[in-house]
Design a protein around this ligand. Structure first.
Ligand SMILES: Cc1cc2nc3c(=O)[nH]c(=O)nc-3n(C[C@H](O)[C@H](O)[C@H](O)COP(=O)(O)OP(=O)(O)OC[C@H]3O[C@@H](n4cnc5c(N)ncnc54)[C@H](O)[C@@H]3O)c2cc1C
Length: 551
């Protein structure tokens, strides 16, 4: 069967005939990208119908996430799939490429994306390009965060966090060691902006309500901590509303630590600047974000990592290339201030960019971008919220009702609106769902971080992992009959440990403790045995190593 004629974005300029349609390519399936496609479909309906224009959108996922409702996925007040909308349904006139973009070549006016399911890497050529790639979470430069902190930006993050909370409650319910129990029942969220506050409010409500279904958990044992670098949470809001939110969260049992910064993490602690540690098995970090690597690699003018555009949202030195949303540095034509990275702004920028692309095609006047946010709202769980709308400050139940009404109206797709409204209604009468979805595949290999003096494993523990030291040093200790410890060896970068228990299938014969800050590569039992049994040179290496360490 012939390939549909409309998949022409893949043709390079030399293949193109003179009467080929104008190709508009949008990168990113978030608020900026999807709303650009939606407006273009409406504005260029005739050109699309006559085949004079074609629109393509490339995104890693085939759905758009409605991020303002993401915190509610943690508590389960909204079903996992109800915060997302399929892009194909929203933009039926757009060719969707569900691919990961690998690079953007502004000179040759093309974008390339990775190979999909058994297919080849694809090149997409454009006449107009809209970059709406958002930003990404980055834990670079903060030891242990990449390994042990949970980000909170995508749908998968909300699901992982929800599962982690239920998992820790399950563990805590049967854990006899009070120290470990304390860590399991401590939940730390870093970042007192909108997403951090909404996340901690939902987490706090959920964990306290869910704990009632566990026989051995008491509400007083649960500790939920919010870390914020400034003197007051929600710096985006007027101080009076922020203080209201702070007071309300504290009343509900959230411990708010102000003027503190998260410095790093280990498997069982959040490390604060200044040396303080908070023992926890669940650390969520909603900060910081950094430019998308594709944007960072673009050869164009940037400000704080965001693409600088002119007042029409076009790149000054690249006609036909436009940028919107969190990845763009957009100066408001009226106020002269940079537009903040919010969904509200991204959707308005999307409309402006669509109008200006249509104007370029028709040779009419382009619009300048200016938008004053209608208001700011943050949900605090438990039928309470804070809002500043048209300069009016509202808090409590009214703000919560407004929050739900506005976001329900803004949620794209009638089916999603119905689903969310149903979820919210059921949530008012039913207890929280505590089903833990086990979606994890075998880990195989992962990275771990330890601070000086931390125990990697103890003598007598079951041996499930082999460790390779990436950097730092550890000491290997064995207990003495007198109750003390004797040092067997000191290991450093490139050396491994933990193999004896794995090969002999016996408990750990020694304790390993970090001497410095240590980064390790951990290989699980299954992966180790697969390699050990099928690679004779590796088997020989470990047999020799065990021999030298045990004789
Ligand atoms: C938890 C949370 C709550 C929020 N609450 C609010 C709120 O209440 N109100 C508000 O106004 N704003 C809120 N925001 C901010 C808002 O979500 C963002 O400002 C908005 O999503 C920006 O839209 P965007 O299109 O620029 O980027 P994004 O929505 O981040 O979209 C970027 C798109 O690019 C795609 N992409 C990136 N790299 C690649 C690649 N290499 N290949 C293919 N695709 C790629 C991504 O998959 C994604 O589809 C919230 C954000 C979070 C995280």
């Amino acid at each position: 069967m012939a390939v549909p004629d409309r998949l022409r974005l893949g043709r390079c300029p030399t293949d193109m005939k003179r009467d080929q349609p104008t190709r508009i390519l949008i990168l990113g399936g978030g608020f900026g990208g999807v709303y650009t496609a939606l407006h273009l479909e409406r504005l260029l309906a005739r050109e699309l119908k006559e085949g004079r224009v074609e629109i393509g959108l490339v995104s890693r996922e085939n759905y758009m996430v409605f991020q303002p409702m993401l915190p509610e996925v943690i508590s389960g007040s909204i079903g996992i799939l109800d915060t997302i909308t399929p892009i194909r349904r929203l933009c039926p006139g757009t060719n969707l490429y569900t691919r990961t973009i690998q690079g953007i070549d502004l000179e040759r006016r093309r974008v390339w994306a990775d190979a999909g399911f058994g297919s080849q890497q694809c090149y997409l050529y454009y006449d107009h390009l809209v970059v709406a790639l958002g930003n990404v979470t980055s834990f670079a430069g903060q030891p242990g965060l990449a390994e042990h902190a949970l980000p909170f930006k995508y749908l998968g993050d909300a699901l992982t966090l929800r599962n982690r909370i239920i998992h820790t409650l399950e563990e805590a319910d049967i854990e006899p060691d009070p120290e470990l129990r304390r860590k399991l029942l401590t939940f730390v969220v870093a970042g007192g902006g909108f997403s951090g506050v909404e996340a901690v409010a939902e987490l706090n409500d959920f964990v306290r309500a869910a704990a009632r279904s566990f026989r051995n958990l008491m509400s007083e044992e649960i500790r939920v901590v919010l870390l914020h670098a400034g003197p007051l949470i929600l710096p985006e809001l007027p101080a009076s509303l922020a203080r209201f939110a702070q007071g309300l969260l504290m009343k509900r049992g959230v411990e708010i630590r102000l003027n503190v910064r998260l410095h790093g993490a280990t498997a069982d602690a959040a490390l604060l600047e200044g040396g303080e540690r908070i023992g926890t098995r669940t650390l969520v970090s909603t900060v910081p974000s950094m430019p998308n690597p594709l944007v960072a690699a673009l050869d164009c003018k940037k400000e704080r990592g965001r693409i600088v555009v002119d007042r029409h949202l076009e790149l000054p030195d690249h006609p036909g290339v436009w940028a919107v949303g969190d990845c763009a540095w957009i100066v408001d034509a009226k106020t002269g201030e940079a537009s903040p990275p919010t969904a509200q702004h991204a959707t308005r920028e999307a409309r402006c960019v669509a109008e200006n692309i249509a104007a370029s095609l028709r040779g009419t006047v382009k619009h300048t971008f200016s938008f004053r946010a209608l208001g700011k709202m943050g949900s605090l769980g438990h039928r309470s919220a804070v809002a500043e709308v048209f300069g009016l400050k509202i808090s409590g139940f009214l703000a919560w009702w407004l929050w739900r009404t506005v976001y329900l109206m803004k949620l794209p797709g009638l089916d999603r609106k119905i689903r969310v409204a149903t979820d919210w209604t059921l949530d008012l009468i039913l207890p929280p769902d505590i089903v833990q979805l086990k979606t994890d595949k075998a880990v195989g290999i992962c990275r771990e971080h330890f601070e000086p003096g931390e125990v990697v494993f103890r003598e007598g523990d079951r041996g499930d992992w082999l460790y390779v030291i990436l950097d730092g040093e550890v000491e290997v200790l064995r207990s003495t009959p007198e109750g003390g410890e004797t040092r067997l060896s000191q290991l450093g970068r490139g050396e491994c440990f933990g193999e004896i228990a794995l090969v002999s299938d016996r408990p750990r014969s020694a304790t390993v403790r970090s001497l410095t800050s240590v980064n390790l590569l951990a290989v699980d039992r299954e992966a180790f045995h697969a390699l050990f049994s099928s690679l004779p040179p590796l088997r020989g290496f470990f047999e020799q190593l065990i021999h030298s360490r045990t004789t």
